[in-house]
Design a protein around this ligand. Sequence first.
Ligand code: ADP
Length: 179
Amino acid sequence: MTKALYPGTFDPIHNGHIDIASRASAMFDEVVLAIYDAPPKKLLFNTEERLNLARRALANLPNVSVVRYGGLTIACAREVGANVIVRGLRNVADFEFEQQIGWVNREMAPDVELCCLFCNDSYAFLSATILKEVASLDGEYTRWAPEHVRRALREKYAHDGEAATSIMSKSQSKLTHRG
Ligand code: ADP
């Protein structure tokens, strides 16, 4: 049986992630989407919220489960019994990052294979950061995330102005005119 681990921050899960998870679910017997609980970046959603949003987004894929993890990704792979790590590639920057981390992981865990899937071209520009930026500026992003994720973003930005501005100061936004 081939079990794949799909690790990431998923803050929040979006259609680019869902596309990779769903294609991986057709390739492997089981896919475990693993949500890293303390990345070295500011988060909008806490771990519980990210887990719930991802579980709901992937509920129609019976061989995909969602877990949280901390520590090394390869340790998580071993813990869940995954022999493959799946990652999505959008561009050259993603490729260079995955190549370096892939080599390091192979040094530490040669039995765990890396499988990078090119993203769907409709989502090549999409990152969780862009999604949050557009949501915080009240832009249109219907095609980028499922309804329950869009609702969660609207609620965050409507009720938690502080969270919104701490993630993305409008003066730092690349999507507004900066003179
Ligand atoms: P981000 O914050 O950039 O959206 P994560 O750190 O949560 O992404 O990434 C988890 C995995 O999902 C990574 O392998 C990443 O390359 C992949 N990924 C991110 N965005 C996309 C996208 N638009 N299409 C396909 N894969 C993506």
